[in-house]
Each structure stands twice: as structure tokens, then as C-alpha cells.
Design a protein around this ligand. Structure first.
Ligand code: HAM
Length: 414
């Protein structure tokens, strides 16, 4: 018989790793909900056109999209990223701006799998629609920063740039193109830089790296409004004490960005896959999706990468154990069943062994579970109306009246 495996580039997340995911989501939710963001759930697939608007010149759309025709003949695509779906939902439902949303969702990109790069990855993110106030840029960037800090990550660098807008970017692109025309670029970009010259700045190959060292920088060519906006963002970050590094090469992999763009780079990860999060403004995307002109900004953080960075720095461990109490049953019958049920109903986490295993094997399971105490349900105890309670950390044992056992355990655990 064929033994099936998870598809290439995907992974199963099992306990106890999954408990760490839950904790990460809870940290994120706590951080952004305290700032007024509400959870948005959107479909995992959309009309392919929704995602095509994020940039027909990008790898994400051109090469990596899981798009197909459904049984009704509609062209759909699995979500490669979260922003387009939230903006589509905003355009469709027109909630009162500013609309502050957060999400946790799987994304699908047909990429070459490697460490920290998957075909299904998961992002935690926020999006805000309806204001272009620079204070909001500061809020959003600071939220991303504080998620890293809340996890205990110390080796994260915030890279910041401005990509300008329709008023200043076209002239800059012409300037860049004429610079690139006489530069010795890598094979991929030598012939194909004209369509998207900004990509060359992001190219990791040595040829492009050295050829663009003296390339004109967009931050030096911003129009007055974009320069003023960027200055306000920077001074806001300074006010909050959020440290950042200006990175004029930061162009991001999606085409919708305008003005503020940023990335969080984890120093503890291999540089090819060290972005644990990224985002920026996309003031034209709502219009591109058929809505009214509505500025927007947000970021997405990769759950897998965040946890890899935490591993590399030795921070943010998983929760210590799944349950507090393990019920060891040597009597058979219904007593262990009833006790376990009663503990759970009282809000105490409890588990037990099945299949009438030996006492030794049940204690082994109890130890493996990480439970703090074991309650032994044996025939002698049942006859005496008691239970034996064993402290699994220290090894002490005591006898407790059956009627008091739940209250006793509750006190002990608190
Ligand atoms: P992105 O930079 O493509 O931006 O992805 C955001 C984060 O998701 C990355 O920094 C990385 O941590 C993680 N990530 C991306 N692709 C993969 C992958 N193949 N495997 C593992 N992790 C991955 C966006 O998706 C934008 N929607 C972010 C945004 C929100 N911009 C504005 N609002």
C-alpha cells in the first residue's frame, strides 16, 4: 500500500510544536487587539484577478501562484498572500474607515522548498484601510517590532525604506533605467531589467550587487509630500524608541507598495531566508481592486520563520505541558473515567491512560505528559474512599479523601 506523505514544501505541525504555534498566535492577537485591530477571516481562494492586482510582474503572481479552473469554469487561485484578500473584503463590504484588521492564515506559493521556505506557509498580519496619516505607519511598524520583542527575539533588525508614489517614482525609474543601461548586471537582469528595474536592487547576485552600489536611490528622489511623510514616520519611530536601519535597496517582492516599506530581518537565520516579516503602504491597491481610492498599510509575519528565529535564539519555548493531572487507573471500572471527567469539568486539565496498562507504564505516560501530579485510582483506595496523589516533580505522595480530591488538586496547582 502506498504510504502517503505531506506534499513537498508543506509540513504537519503536531503537538507539542502546535502548542507553541497557538501561543505565538495568542501573543500576536494580544498585541494587535490591544491596538484596536479585529480578526478578519477571508476565503482561502479568490478570483485569480484579485491576486493578479498585487503585481503581474512579480514572481509571486507570475511563477508561484496555485491557480486553476474550478468545476464551474471559474479561474481561482489559492491565496499567495493576505493583503489582497483583506482589501478585496474592504472594497466589498465598505466598513467604516479606518478599518483595522488582523489575520492568521495559510498562504500558498509554488516556490523551491528550502529551510524556512515552504509551499504552504502561515502568516500573522495586520492591514489598515482608510488613512494615510504617517502616525499610522509608525503604529503599524511599531506593532511588528513589538511582536518580535514580545517573543524575546533580540537579533532582529528593522529595515526601512520609502518607495515614493506616482508623483516621484516614475521619474526615479527612468533615472534608474538609464543607470542600469550601462551597468554589468547578472544574466537574468541584463536583458530584463526594463519591465521592473527596482527588482535589480533586490537581486542577491554579486554582479547586480556591485553594479548597483552607486545606483541612484529612491529615498534621495522622493517628491516633497513623500519626503515629508517619510520624515514623519522616522521621527515617530524615534519618539517610540523603535530602532531602524535605512535600507534604500528594500523594494519588497510585491508590486503594490507605495511610500513606507519595511522588513524585519532575523540575524540568527541564514541570510537567504531571514525575513521574518515585511510590509508597507499600498495606497493604490483598493482602486486596483475596483474600490474607491483608499490608502492602506500593513505587514505579514511568517509563523514558521518566526519560530525558526526563536529556536535559533533559544527563546519563546513551548508551553511546559499539555495537562496538569494524570489519572492512573489500576482498579478498572468507571472510577477513573468519572474522576477525569470531574477534574475537567472543574476546569483542571487532566488526562489518563487507556487499555488497562500496567501501573509502571501509566506512570511512564504521566511523566512523559509533563503533568504535575498523578492521581492513583486503585482498589484499596476505592474501598477506603480515598485517592493517592503523587507529586510527579518531587515524588512525595499523600492520601486524600475522594470527596476532597478536586478541591485539593485545585489548591495544589494554584
Ligand atoms: P511577504 O514579504 O511576501 O509579504 O511575506 C511576509 C512574510 O511571510 C515574510 O517576511 C516571511 O516571513 C513569510 N513568508 C513569505 N513567503 C514564505 C515562504 N514561502 N515560506 C515561509 N515563509 C514565507 C506579504 O505577503 C505581504 N502581504 C505583507 C504585507 C501585508 N504587506 C502589506 N500588508
Amino acid at each position: 500500500m502506498t504510504e502517503f506523505r505531506a506534499p513537498v514544501g508543506t509540513r504537519d505541525v503536531l503537538p507539542p510544536e502546535s502548542a507553541r504555534w497557538e501561543r505565538l498566535v495568542a501573543v500576536f492577537a494580544g498585541t494587535v487587539e490591544r491596538a484596536g485591530y479585529g480578526l478578519v477571516l477571508s476565503p482561502m481562494f479568490e478570483d485569480v484577478g484579485v491576486f493578479e492586482r498585487v503585481g503581474e510582474g512579480t514572481d509571486v503572481v507570475r511563477k508561484e501562484m496555485y491557480d486553476f479552473e474550478d468545476k464551474g469554469g471559474r479561474r481561482v487561485a489559492l491565496r499567495p498572500e493576505g493583503t489582497a484578500s483583506v482589501v478585496r473584503a474592504y472594497v466589498q463590504h465598505r466598513p467604516t474607515p479606518p478599518f483595522k484588521a488582523w489575520y492568521v492564515a495559510p498562504n500558498f506559493r509554488y516556490e523551491r522548498p528550502q529551510a524556512g521556505r515552504f509551499r504552504q506557509h502561515h502568516q500573522l498580519g495586520v492591514e489598515v484601510l482608510g488613512t494615510d496619516d504617517a502616525d499610522l505607519d509608525v503604529e503599524v511598524v511599531a506593532l511588528a517590532w513589538s511582536v518580535g520583542a514580545a517573543l524575546g527575539l533580540a537579533q532582529v533588525t528593522l529595515l526601512l525604506n520609502s518607495l515614493g508614489d506616482d508623483a516621484c517614482r516614475p521619474a526615479y525609474l527612468e533615472l534608474l533605467k538609464s543607470f542600469l543601461a550601462s551597468a554589468a548586471l547578472c544574466d537574468e537582469h541584463a536583458g530584463g531589467y526594463e519591465q521592473n528595474p527596482l527588482r535589480v536592487l533586490d537581486c542577491k547576485r554579486d554582479a547586480c550587487r556591485s553594479a548597483t552600489e552607486t545606483a541612484p536611490r529612491l529615498v534621495d528622489n522622493l517628491c516633497e509630500a513623500c519626503a515629508a511623510h517619510f520624515a514623519r514616520v522616522r521621527s515617530g519611530l524615534d519618539t517610540l524608541g523603535v530602532p531602524y536601519t535605512l535600507q534604500p535597496r528594500l523594494v519588497r517582492g510585491l508590486d503594490y507598495y507605495t511610500r513606507t516599506t519595511f522588513e524585519l530581518a532575523a540575524g540568527a537565520l541564514d541570510s537567504a531566508q531571514n525575513a521574518v516579516g515585511g510590509g508597507g503602504r499600498y495606497d493604490k491597491l483598493a482602486e486596483a481592486l475596483g474600490g474607491p481610492a483608499t490608502p492602506g498599510i500593513g505587514f505579514g509575519m511568517g509563523i514558521e520563520r518566526l519560530l525558526l528565529a526563536c529556536d535559533a535564539e533559544g527563546v519563546f519555548p513551548g508551553p511546559p505541558s499539555a495537562v496538569d493531572v494524570w489519572v492512573v487507573d489500576t482498579a478498572g471500572g468507571g472510577a477513573a473515567l468519572a474522576l477525569t471527567h470531574e477534574l475537567r469539568a472543574a476546569g483542571i486539565s487532566a488526562d489518563r491512560s487507556f487499555d488497562g496498562r500496567s501501573m509502571k507504564s501509566q506512570f511512564k505516560s504521566a511523566d512523559r505528559s509533563g503533568a504535575r501530579v498523578a492521581l492513583v485510582v486503585g482498589n484499596d483506595e476505592l474501598a477506603a474512599g480515598t485517592m493517592t496523589l503523587r507529586d510527579l516533580r518531587g515524588g512525595d505522595q499523600e492520601t486524600v479523601a475522594r470527596a476532597d480530591v478536586v478541591e485539593h488538586v485545585r489548591k495544589l496547582l494554584s
